[in-house]
Design a protein around this ligand. Structure first.
Ligand SMILES: [Zn+2]
Length: 154
């Protein structure tokens, strides 16, 4: 986010300023020409300094939101299944660990689809079933994957 040149420029070289940080009282701006970094009080930039706070903080919030790791247990479960079915044991380890960790902090379980042995019936049951099946499958898969990774290393 840049400061309008009419509102303020670098005190050292008159270069264009880019806002790089903001707290309650000051903006920190970096000069795009000489790299000079300085703090500016809220009355700086021809009084427009405050106009930069809200947009800057909004932008920071959006960036933080985007970088936040969002856990989707359904997606995790699907990748876990794919890893197991393709014998990608390293991935099985990673996904099973992540799922167990998620379940242990009482995150909601993946919405599993369960089927009869004949495939004539598939259904989605309740959260207790899903949690139990997901946890049991992860434990078993972890054991298996650890053994397989260990075997491959020797
Ligand atoms: Zn400068």
């Amino acid at each position: 986010m840049f400061v309008n040149r009419e509102e303020g420029t670098c005190p050292e070289c008159d270069g264009t300023l880019e806002i790089v940080d903001a707290d309650d009282a000051t903006l920190t701006a970096s000069c795009t020409e000489c790299g000079e970094i300085a703090d500016y009080e809220s009355d700086a930039f021809d009084g427009s300094c405050m106009d930069h706070f809200v947009p800057f903080h909004l932008q920071k919030m959006i960036e933080a939101e985007e970088s936040r790791q969002v856990i989707d247990p359904d997606d995790l479960w699907n990748r876990f299944l794919l890893a197991y079915s393709t014998k990608d044991w390293e991935s099985v380890l990673n996904h099973a660990h992540a799922l167990l960790q998620w379940l242990n902090v009482e995150g909601f379980p993946p919405h599993l689809t369960t089927g009869s042995t004949t495939g004539h019936l598939t259904c989605q049951l309740d959260e207790f079933w899903n949690r139990a099946v997901a946890r049991a499958a992860c434990m078993v898969a972890l054991d298996r994957a650890e053994a397989e990774v260990d075997r491959a290393a020797h």
